[in-house]
Design a protein around this ligand. Structure first.
Ligand code: GLC
Length: 559
């Protein structure tokens, strides 16, 4: 089979092999359809304004978020193709919302007549780059938008299609990747000779840096739970192939090796930040997604023999992971002062400075950035190294997954509020703070011209992150934070044609190499907007703390 028609898949050695044609084709009709579109809402009814009122007067997170529902029914009206009359048209009359939906629908990708995902960007100005593909991580906000809009079919198709891609043989040069690896992206290839559509997937072999995406498998599990939660349809997750897909992903990340930490050791570029940016080691983005995916898997795994074994392994890992991340990654003004006064060269188990972090490695900016009230999970912790940068995605996922304790969640939001200009600025939301400059930029990025200071992954501002901010601020009972950020974004997004990212300390400028019509910018905005209108959507992407930290001990361990 000749895959090489595609610009971005030229390297003949670095190809993933697909089972040919029909065998590889998935019959979507064989999979049970969800039981209707209604979601399970509790009878406790609260409007967003009520919720906001409560939250403005208190700093306590919304309790039982999954029961916090608004009076507003889900609208599927002002979106093209929707059939139901909107009982609350004023809420959806915002022209940006209509434009967003139109743009999102234009980005749909079909495979043999079925919608299976959304293209990364509709901007065709530079064909060589890989924005004409469906990225797993990019599809998540699109999927949430469709789920919130009562259109789960595309999400189900995507989940099943990517599952089939997972089962491909994955080979880079002469090296085989593990079975569980999920692709970073895929595209539909129209074979003109056979007049047939096939899929081409990239497991990292075509990506810059040739790194496999560790986040894809985690997002896949998180999405499977969002689908299940949103539709009430458990039959998809219960399919043997979905259970197997989960087992394979879990096997990969729960396997034991040389590690002395429960966190996952990663290569630079294995997540949203997919170029060299000094996020190798134990990046918070992956650790938080790992934690969230484990918690989602606990809800999705069947209680058969294999499933139960995984559940035990997950419980033990969550126990260790939450302890490690909450203790060693957490930084607030007290902890900062402790690090500042750290002793070094401590050997025994009584050591306080366990990783031998040298206080001189504290960067100057941290002392001004850290507010008295507030804190965050730092970017990375490994031997003699703390990456003190603030990363948006990891901190928001920490809140959503309840990796952050209620106090830590409040502190993360406190920090965002008190560092508003730096993190939200004129266009939300910084992917990380601060930017690497000069010598540091040279050494850490390898002089990457795309990641110059305050651009792209290096302190650029990404509208897609709005959905995470919205979810985190609703979960902590402070929706006004996201509302304010969204109002700022609305002044520019459509006018600028949904750029991928913005540049500058304040995010004022459309990014140097930013694509236009970037799908996850569109979907990220729509999801944030829908969640603020109807906070009950939050249950899809958030998990309450259920004291999961108690591991199930095997008999031999407990003696
Ligand atoms: C860039 C981003 C990556 C995203 C991809 C498609 O490579 O860094 O996170 O998935 O574009 O939008």
């Amino acid at each position: 089979m000749d895959w090489c028609h595609n610009e971005s898949f030229r390297s003949a050695d670095a190809l993933s092999t697909a089972a040919e044609t029909d065998e590889e084709e998935l019959d979507f009709s064989k999979v049970d359809k969800p039981r209707g579109l209604e979601r399970c809402k509790s009878c406790e009814v609260r409007s967003l304004s009520e919720l906001a009122k409560v939250s403005e007067n208190s700093s306590h997170p919304v309790e039982h978020l999954e029961n916090a529902v608004s009076l507003l029914p889900k609208s599927i009206t002002n979106t093209p193709g929707a059939l139901v009359l909107d009982p609350h048209p004023h809420l959806h009359s915002h022209p940006i919302v209509s434009e967003g939906w139109e743009a999102l629908r234009r980005s749909l990708v079909y495979f043999r007549g079925q919608p299976v995902g959304t293209i990364a960007a509709l901007d065709s100005s530079d064909e060589k780059v890989n924005y004409d593909q469906v990225f797993v991580r990019d599809f998540v906000p699109s999927a949430l938008a469709f789920l919130m809009n009562g259109e789960p079919d595309i999400v189900r198709n995507f989940i099943l299609k990517t599952l089939r891609l997972q089962s491909w043989e994955k080979k880079i040069d002469r090296f085989h990747l593990a079975e569980g690896v999920m692709p970073a992206s895929f595209k539909v290839f129209h074979d003109p000779v056979r007049n047939r559509e096939t899929l081409i997937a990239d497991f990292g072999e075509s990506a810059i840096g040739r790194v496999a995406p560790i986040d894809s498998g985690f997002w896949w599990i998180i999405l499977l739970r969002a689908y299940t939660k949103s539709t009430g349809d458990t039959s998809l997750a219960e399919l043997p192939e979905c259970q197997k897909g989960m087992h394979l992903i879990l096997n990969l990340c729960l396997s034991e090796g040389f590690d002395t930490f429960p966190t996952l050791l990663c290569a630079d570029g294995c997540c949203m930040i997919d170029r060299r940016m000094g996020v190798y080691g134990y990046p918070i983005e992956i650790q938080a997604l790992f934690f969230m995916a484990l918690r989602c898997a606990l809800q999705l795994l069947k209680q058969d023999t294999e499933g139960k074994e995984f559940m035990e392994r997950i419980a033990r890992r969550l126990h260790a992971l939450s302890y490690h991340l909450r203790s060693y990654f957490w930084l607030d003004s007290k902890q900062l002062n402790d690090v500042y006064r750290f002793k070094t060269e401590e050997y025994s188990h009584t050591a306080v400075n366990k990783f031998n972090v040298i206080p001189d490695s504290l960067p100057d900016w941290i002392f001004d950035f850290m507010p008295l009230n507030g804190g965050y999970f730092v970017g990375n912790v490994s031997p003699a190294r703390m990456d003190f940068r603030w990363f948006c995605l990891g901190n928001c996922i920490a809140i959503l997954s309840s990796l952050a304790t209620p106090e830590q969640s409040i502190a993360i939001m406190d920090l965002i509020e008190s560092r508003w200009l730096a993190l939200i600025g004129e266009m939300p939301l910084k992917v990380c703070y601060p930017a690497l400059e000069k010598h540091e930029w040279q050494i850490i990025t390898g002089c990457d011209p795309k990641n110059t200071r305050w651009s792209y992954h290096n302190g650029g501002s990404w509208p897609v992150l709005l959905w995470l901010l919205a979810a985190a601020s609703i979960k902590t009972g402070r929706p006004h934070i996201a509302k304010r950020a969204l109002e700022i974004a609305e002044t520019r997004l459509v006018k600028d044609n949904w750029p991928e990212y913005y540049d500058g300390k304040l995010g004022r400028y459309i990014g140097k190499q930013a694509r236009k019509s970037q799908t996850w910018s569109i979907a990220g905005y729509l999801v944030a907007k829908m969640m603020l209108e109807d906070p009950s959507h939050l249950g899809m992407v958030a998990i309450e703390d259920d004291k999961h930290q108690k591991p199930v001990l095997r008999r031999s361990n407990s003696l």
